[in-house]
Design a protein around this ligand. Structure first.
Ligand SMILES: Cc1ncc(COP(=O)(O)O)c(C=O)c1O
Length: 460
C-alpha cells in the first residue's frame, strides 16, 4: 500500500467543509479505507500490532465502547460504572501479576497506553523521592522501550542506559550495579523487551533494588498479559511479577495482549503511597478544587467499558487458550528459522523472536518477504528482524507459508549478498523501497528529533 493512497480518491479537507457531508457518504468512505487496511494483517503476515484479530471480538468491544463513548470518566458522580470498570480492570490485572501475596496494599492506574504507563511510573518515582533528591535518575537496559527515555526527557529525570549482553540480549547487571547512586530512584527490566522478546533477569534486578533501596519497574507492556499465562501453561518463562522481591511497579498493556481496544494500559504499583505520589491537586483554582489521578484530564468511559468487557468476556480460560496457540505458533515459526544455518535467533525469546544473519544483511531477507506480503519489524546494531506472534499468525496455514517464504527469502539473500538491501529499520515496521517524498520526510523528522535530543542537558 502506498503512503498516500487516498490523495486522489477522496476530497482533501484542508479547512472545515462549508456544509456537512452526508453520514452515509462518510461511513462508506470509512468502510472502504478500513476494509483495505485490514487486509494488510488479516492473513497473519504482520508482526505484532493486531493482537486479537477477530472481527467479532472487535464488534463486541465496539458495542461496549459505544454505550459509554460519550462519557467522561473524570465526572464520577455521573458514571459510577467507570469506577466499577476501572477498579475491576486494575484488580484483575494485579491478581494476574501476582500482587495477591503482597501485604503492602497494591493499587493501579489505567492509562492511555504503554508510553502512558511508563511515563506515569517515572513520574511516581520522581515524586516519591522528591525529598531525597532533586537530581533523580533511572537505569534502563539499552533494550528497554524508548518510552523511558521520552519520560526522562519530559520529566527531567536522567536516564542511564545499561548495555546488554550481545548473546543473551539481557541487561549487564554489573554495569547496573556500578551506576546506581544515591539519586537512583528506579531500575528498569523488561518482560519482555520489544526488540528480542527476551526477559531481563528480574530476580537479580530485584535484589539490587532491595540492596540499594530503590524502585524496580518491570515493563510488561508487551508481555504483561501473555507471559503469566505462558508460565501457567509451563513454557520456559522466568518469574517477573510481584512475586519477585523488589518489584515495585509493572506496566501491562490491555491494548496489546489484553485484547482490548487501542488506548489503554494498566500501571500496577506494589504500594499505594507510590501511586498517590503522582496524584495532582490544585485546591485554590477559581474553577473549583481540581484533582486527577494521573496526567490526563478527561478520559473516555468507553475505553474503560471496552477494556473491562474484553477481560471479563475472555476470562482466564480465554487468555490461556489464546496464549497456548500463540506460544506454540511462535515455537513452530522459530523452528523454521533454525532450519537455516545462515540465520541466528537472538537470545532466548518467547512469543516474540528476533533473528539476524552473520552471512548476509538480514534486510535482504526482508526485501524478499515483503514481496510475499510479510510485514516484520526491523532492528539495528546489528540489523535484525523480529516477529511478534499474535492471534492472526495462529490461523491454519500461516506457519507453513512462513516456512516456504522464509526458505525462498534465504535463497534470495544469498544470491543478493553483494547488493545493497532496500529495507531499513523504522520502529514499528521495516520500511523498504520508499518513495523519495516519504524518504525525505522521514529523514527530516529524524533530523529534527536529533536536534531536540542534542539540546537535552546531559548533567541534570
Ligand atoms: C516492551 C514495550 N514497552 C512499551 C511499549 C510502548 O507502548 P505504546 O506503544 O502502547 O505506548 C511497547 C510498544 O510496543 C513495548 O513493546
Amino acid at each position: 500500500m502506498s503512503d498516500f493512497p487516498y490523495a486522489n480518491q477522496y476530497p482533501i479537507h484542508r479547512e472545515l467543509p462549508e456544509l456537512g457531508t452526508e453520514r452515509t457518504v462518510i461511513l462508506e468512505q470509512l468502510q472502504t479505507m478500513s476494509n483495505a487496511e485490514d487486509r494488510t494483517w488479516e492473513g497473519g503476515q504482520c508482526s505484532g500490532t493486531m493482537y486479537c484479530g477477530d472481527h467479532d471480538h472487535y464488534d463486541f468491544l465496539n458495542e461496549a465502547f459505544a454505550r459509554f463513548s460519550h462519557v467522561n470518566a473524570l465526572q464520577r458522580d455521573m458514571c459510577p460504572s467507570a469506577t466499577k470498570f476501572e477498579s475491576e480492570i486494575i484488580s484483575m490485572t494485579l491478581d494476574m501479576l501476582g500482587a495477591g501475596a503482597l501485604d503492602s496494599n497494591p493499587v493501579g492506574l489505567v492509562t492511555s497506553g504503554g508510553t502512558g504507563s511508563i511515563t506515569h511510573a517515572v513520574l511516581a518515582y520522581r515524586e516519591a523521592n522528591a525529598a531525597r533528591t532533586s537530581r533523580p535518575n533511572i537505569i534502563k537496559p539499552e533494550t528497554a522501550h524508548p518510552a523511558f527515555s521520552k519520560a526522562g526527557h519530559l520529566l527531567g529525570v536522567e536516564v542511564r542506559v545499561a548495555p546488554v549482553d550481545p548473546v543473551t540480549t539481557q541487561v549487564d547487571l554489573d554495569w547496573v550495579k556500578r551506576n546506581i547512586d544515591q539519586h537512583t530512584v528506579a531500575l528498569v527490566g523488561s518482560a519482555c523487551n520489544y526488540g528480542y522478546g527476551t526477559v531481563d533477569p528480574i530476580g537479580e534486578l530485584g535484589q539490587l533494588a532491595l540492596e540499594y533501596d530503590t524502585g524496580l519497574h518491570v515493563d510488561g507492556c508487551l508481555g504483561g498479559f501473555l507471559l503469566p499465562f505462558g508460565r501457567q501453561l509451563g513454557f520456559d518463562i522466568p518469574a517477573f511479577d510481584f512475586s519477585v522481591p523488589g518489584v515495585t511497579t509493572i506496566s501491562a498493556d490491555t491494548h496489546k495482549y489484553g485484547y482490548a481496544l487501542k488506548g489503554t494500559s494498566v500501571l500496577c504499583f506494589s504500594n499505594i503511597a507510590l501511586r498517590d505520589s503522582q496524584y495532582f491537586y490544585q485546591t485554590d483554582w477559581t474553577g473549583g478544587k481540581y484533582c486527577s489521578p494521573g496526567m490526563d484530564g478527561s478520559r473516555s468511559g468507553g475505553l474503560l467499558a471496552a477494556t473491562w468487557a474484553a477481560m471479563v468476556s475472555l476470562g482466564r480460560e480465554g487468555y490461556l487458550r489464546y496464549a497456548r496457540a500463540i506460544f506454540e505458533t511462535s515455537a513452530a515459526m522459530q523452528r523454521e528459522v533454525t532450519r537455516h544455518g545462515e540465520l541466528r535467533i537472538m537470545g532466548n525469546p518467547s512469543f516474540l523472536f528476533s533473528f539476524t544473519s552473520d552471512d548476509f544483511d538480514i534486510y535482504h531477507v526482508n526485501d524478499f518477504l515483503r514481496t510475499r506480503g510479510w510485514r516484520l519489524n526491523g532492528q539495528q546494531y546489528p540489523n535484525a528482524l523480529h516477529m511478534a506472534v499474535t492471534r492472526p499468525q495462529t490461523q491454519p496455514g500461516v506457519v507453513e507459508r512462513w516456512g516456504v517464504d522464509l526458505a525462498d527469502a534465504v535463497t534470495y539473500a544469498r544470491e543478493h549478498a553483494s547488493d545493497v538491501a532496500q529495507s531499513s529499520a523504522i520502529y514499528g515496521g521495516v520500511v523498504g523501497g520508499l518513495t523519495d517524498e516519504a524518504d525525505s520526510f522521514i529523514k527530516l523528522v529524524m533530523a529534527d528529533m536529533m536536534d531536540k535530543q542534542s539540546s537535552i542537558p546531559t548533567e541534570l
